[in-house]
Design a protein around this ligand. Structure first.
Ligand code: NAD
Length: 277
């Protein structure tokens, strides 16, 4: 099996979901997070998700969890998938370190929502083996993987990652290495505009989400989706779009920035545009 041992760095909502789908495919996972208890919280989230999926013909939860080993740092593996906070410097440090520790043939992938893959590749001595593997939230449920090739990513690396995505039961789609790629170039300005509509009193939060859900047949409204993604992640992505594309229209809405400054990060902190306590 290709990529029989995968290192997942970051055990937040995305890292935990990625570890779960990789382990569900029969692969061995090493899971690292720098925050105390983050891996334990991630494993708890996986147990809840796997219990739900088991009722719908999913894999045995104990077997899947049994393939995941918590580790205290970057360890050797066939593939790294990095899913830490959306911060270019933090991610570059991880790529620099992984380049020293993982064998030269290993692929280094990032789940970044918006940061150029070329910048992460430049922190390594193996630019041809660095690629974006952008999963969607919740990872065990949503089928898309946006595969992002930087200028120097090799055909072999891209083909291996596309094959892995298919083997995980996902559908890969390729995008160019431009800030935000395709998905967040389109989604994030939509969520940001919903925050402006709320800030400017165009409608109450519930009404904004109802209009999007019923009017556009979206499964959830933009404010609830921003809360699910994490308002800190939304602001970080808007900042990458704003700086990277150099257009004022991508500046994060002040209401989003205010929520993040006050610690209202959405579901993960119990409160964002809506209350989850
Ligand atoms: P999160 O806040 O839930 O988790 C991030 C985790 O990274 C935390 O547990 C944190 O402790 C850990 N971390 C931070 N610095 C670290 C370091 N130096 N070493 C190891 N661990 C570290 O965030 P998330 O929603 O899981 O997002 C993670 C990544 O996935 C981001 O790049 C984000 O843009 C991307 N992403 C998010 C979504 C989404 O819907 N939230 C969707 C697709 C992609």
């Amino acid at each position: 099996m290709r990529f029989a041992h995968v290192l997942v760095v970051g055990a937040g909502q995305m890292g935990a979901g990625i570890a779960q789908v990789i382990a569900s495919s029969g692969r061995r996972v090493s899971l690292h997070d720098s925050a105390p208890q983050a891996v334990e919280r991630g494993l708890e989230a996986m147990r809840r998700s796997l219990a739900k999926l088991a009722g719908k013909g999913g894999p045995d939860p104990d077997e899947v969890i049994g393939r995941i080993a918590p580790v205290g740092g970057i360890v050797s593996a066939d593939l790294m998938i990095e899913a830490v906070a959306e911060d270019e410097e933090i991610k570059r440090d991880i790529f620099r370190l992984a380049d020293r520790i993982l064998p030269p043939e290993a692929v280094l992938a990032s789940n970044t929502s918006s940061i150029p893959i070329a910048s992460l590749a430049a922190a390594t001595g193996r630019r041809e083996k660095v690629i974006g593997m952008h999963f969607f939230n919740p990872v065990p449920v949503l089928q898309l993987v946006e595969v992002v090739r930087a200028a120097e990513t090799s055909n072999e690396t891209a083909a291996a990652v596309v094959e892995l995505a298919r083997d995980l039961g996902k559908i890969p789609a390729e995008a160019r290495d431009v800030p935000g790629f395709v998905s967040n170039r389109i989604l994030m300005p939509f969520l940001n505009e919903a925050a402006y509509a709320l800030m400017q009193g165009v409608a109450e939060a519930e009404a904004i989400d109802t209009i999007a859900k019923l009017g556009f047949a979206h499964p959830m409204g933009p404010l609830a989706l921003a809360d699910l993604i994490g308002l800190d992640t939304c602001v970080a992505i808007m900042e990458v779009l704003h700086e990277g594309l150099g257009d004022a229209k991508y500046a994060p809405c002040p209401l989003l920035v205010e929520h993040v400054a006050a610690g209202r990060l959405g579901r993960k902190s119990g409160r964002g545009f809506f209350d989850y306590q």
